[in-house]
Ligand binder design. Structure first.
Ligand code: LAN
Length: 728
């Protein structure tokens, strides 16, 4: 056991693990619909060679050549693009792993398992390899995300996932994980979502799951807590959950599940009072403790509503309506669904409703693989069905802002990227848009692809800016018509909150007091949409750019929108000069957005006390090596947490922030850029450092392309302002 504790256990066990032949994996990209394929025959391998991007995703040698060493910022930007351009896919977009969250794969695997769906062996092998690779070395557990400390949620779900894929309970790594889970009190100390999934599987009993009544969908729209007002991810997860919960559907008991009961719960199953465990939760998992309000509500539902008031006919009406909404979601997204949690859950709903041969269930099975990603350390589930539109727009704008769009080396790449955005602009409205509470989507851009079809304020904005920026320059084709550009602006003009700020998918529809009903425990700020400096800035800058080209289109509305939005940005600044970031880590991310908003109104270091405060905030945080680095704890706590090492991405963000602020002294920027340049590899690449993104305050998510996009932008913007003198 001494050895087992020393870390050696992991390597030893790994020797026994199977691994597929990484040279046989290919990313298939059908106009932005991405799936990984494992080629079984040598003939297929011959016919379909691995691309440079495939190799890079799989952590294989890309074979890309060494470049002349960069001396100036623009040398470094061009070297970076030399590498990054090779990662562009045939369809014109960029792709990458979008992992980080550690609660997604288990949902997928549980759904496959309980629906008796055969899991391809290559998938099973690689998922196991990934989960073991991501096991925390100290305690053998898993957290909410790859960098997080072990939690009951992470341990219970990923342990279960491995067992369903055939790992033995006496595998040393499982023994260690179990020990950690038991220390945390076992699966009954997990959050609501763990209890939900484990009750589906039959490891726990439905009585330990806090109520999810589909009846909420029958409430009239004016009711302040009606689900249509919730943040879209919460209401879509709740929709599927409420359907399954109402059915209390459970997989028929078998030996494996019986064994899991004793592995995951340190008590005798038969003696457990499950109802008394609805609110037991490990401290590691209790990021957002439930309020007395939501506890009281649950008590009333359990003790009064379900036993005495809920008639069979109400139950049926609620389930029928939930099913109708589920079908609308499937139709409107061609089964892609909003995200990686409701996707598998809707699959289960379809199975419960129509059985294994039902059309909906079969369609879901075909679509689920679009969430899967294959990388060097194994197979994982992405946070969306890809990053296609988002990363492609950001890439275009980085080259443009760096002043390199006219460089003949990058024109073909940019033209292809523009073609991709043209192809991915959403062309149609939803069916039954009002009844399924959807935001308008015609001429919007999404985060991933047109198939998923969800309007996002900033994705539409970055898409619009990319098209405007390229199409107005000589040498680029005009692919997106004026009418379509105006259509995107029409969408943006629907996105403003009463405060002036913009949210993510929709304007805020319910009171922030709804956060009192947040019952997910592991996440913060999830119940309604909020104002975000990032999203607001994206919209403001898109409207600004649009007005330069179309000064008379809805001019008054746009002017008023911008003024109110920038005013929100001013109000959102904290007294210390910072802005809290919700989608990237953390203050460095929101800061460069906010300062871009202000710069457009002429507020810079020279003219604005507010901007000077923001600059001082960042300069205070500069590390002795000249870089910047923030840890994900900033997002959790709302206070800057210095990273032990400076980070390329954070350094780029802060340099960009200071450039937007027109900070007069180039010295601190030079020191930052030197760090970025010194970390660049001889082939132009930058290597992966700490995780970059976040959602819901507590869960981190990877943006691997940011380490190319933002350094290029920072280096180029610097050269445009201070000249392209050698820095190294
Ligand atoms: C995303 C990814 C992109 C992100 C930005 C565009 C960066 C942001 O500016 C707006 C919000 C948005 C679209 C966003 C919202 C929440 C998502 C979809 C995610 C962070 C990716 C994963 C996350 C989703 C909620 C994960 C599933 C987890 C649940 C709690 C349902």
């Amino acid at each position: 056991t001494q050895k087992v504790m020393s870390g050696d256990w992991k390597e030893k066990a790994a020797v026994r693990d199977q691994k597929t032949d990484l040279s046989r994996w290919r990313l298939k990209n059908d106009r932005g619909v991405q799936t990984w394929v494992y080629l079984k025959s040598d003939e297929e391998v011959q016919k379909w060679p691995q691309s440079t991007a495939d190799k890079w995703f799989l952590n294989q040698d890309t074979g890309l050549p060494d470049l002349p060493p960069a001396k100036t910022p623009l040398d470094a930007a061009n070297n970076g693009l030399q590498f990054f351009s090779k990662l562009q896919l045939e369809a014109g977009n960029w792709a990458c792993e979008y992992g980080g969250p550690m609660f997604l794969l288990p949902g997928l695997v549980i759904v496959w398992y309980v629906t008796n769906t055969p899991i391809p062996e290559d998938h099973s092998i690689e998922i196991k390899r990934y989960l073991f690779a991501r096991q925390n070395p100290e305690d053998g557990g898993w957290g909410l995300h790859i960098e997080g400390e072990s939690s009951a949620f992470g341990c219970a779900m990923n342990y279960t996932c491995l067992r369903l894929l055939g790992v033995e309970a006496d595998d040393q790594r499982m023994v260690k994980a179990r020990k950690k889970l038991w220390e945390l009190g076992g699966a009954l100390n997990g959050p609501h979502w763990a209890k939900f999934w484990l009750s589906v599987l039959g490891v726990t009993h439905w009585d330990c799951v806090n109520p999810c009544p589909p009846e909420l969908w029958l409430l009239p729209d004016w009711v302040p807590v009606a689900p249509w007002r919730w943040w879209i991810h919460m209401r879509m997860v709740f929709l599927a959950m409420s359907y399954v919960y109402s059915k209390r559907w459970t997989y028929p008991l078998n030996d494996l599940v019986r064994s899991l009961r004793s592995e995951l719960i340190p008590e005798t199953y038969e003696t457990i009072n499950f109802d008394s465990r609805r609110n037991t939760i490990a401290p590691t998992d209790n990021y957002h403790p439930k309020t007395w309000v939501v506890r009281l509500l649950f008590w009333l539902l359990i003790n009064i509503w379900f036993p005495f008031l809920r008639t069979a006919s109400i139950k049926k009406r609620a389930e029928d309506h939930a099913w109708w909404l589920l079908c609308a979601e499937d139709d409107n997204t061609t089964y892609a669904n909003l995200g990686p949690v409701n996707g598998p859950m809707n699959t289960l709903c379809a199975y419960i409703h129509g059985g294994p041969d039902g059309k909906e269930f079969q369609e879901h099975l075909k679509t689920l693989p679009e969430f899967i990603w294959m990388k060097g350390e194994g197979m994982l589930m992405n946070g969306t069905n890809g990053v296609q539109v988002w990363d492609t727009s950001f890439a275009i704008l980085a080259v443009h802002d760096a002043g390199l769009a006219q460089d003949p080396r990058w024109k073909p790449m940019l033209t292809k990227a523009l073609g991709f955005l043209e192809d991915q602009q959403v062309e149609t409205e939803c069916r039954d848009i009002a009844q399924c509470y959807r935001q308008s989507r015609k001429w919007a851009w999404t985060f991933s692809n047109k198939k998923q079809s969800y309007t996002v304020s900033d994705c539409t904005s970055e898409g619009l800016k990319s098209c405007l920026a390229l199409q107005s320059q000589p040498g680029f084709p005009k692919l997106v018509s004026d009418e379509r550009l105006k259509g995107a602006v029409d969408i943006l003009l629907t996105m403003q909150n009463a405060t002036g700020g913009c949210a993510s998918y929709e304007p805020q529809r319910g009171s922030e007091l709804l956060e009192w009903l947040n019952a997910a425990e592991v996440f913060g700020r999830i119940m309604v949409e909020y104002d975000y400096p990032e999203c607001t800035t994206a919209v403001v800058t898109a409207l600004r750019m649009f007005q330069q080209h179309f000064p008379s289109y809805r001019a008054d509305e746009i002017r008023a929108f911008k003024a109110r939005a920038v005013d929100y940005i001013r109000r959102a600044q904290r007294p210390d000069g910072s802005w809290y970031g919700s989608w990237g880590i953390c203050f460095s991310y929101a800061g460069f957005f906010a300062l871009e908003s202000l710069a457009g109104e002429g507020e810079t270091y020279a003219t604005s006390e507010r901007v000077r405060r923001a600059c001082e905030y960042f300069l205070d945080k500069q590390m002795p090596d000249g870089g910047w680095g923030e840890t994900y704890r900033s997002c959790e706590t709302g206070v800057w947490h210095q990273h032990a090492q400076s980070q390329v991405v954070h350094t780029a963000w802060v340099v960009i922030a200071l450039l937007y602020a027109e900070y007069p002294d180039p010295e601190p920027l030079k020191r930052g850029l030197k760090i970025i340049m010194s970390r660049q590899q001889s082939n132009g690449e930058w290597l992966q450092e700490a995780i970059e993104g976040v959602f819901n305050k507590s869960c981190m998510i990877s943006y691997p392309n940011y380490k190319f996009i933002f350094p290029v932008k920072a280096l180029g913007l610097y050269a445009r302002r201070f000249g392209n003198e050698p820095l190294l």
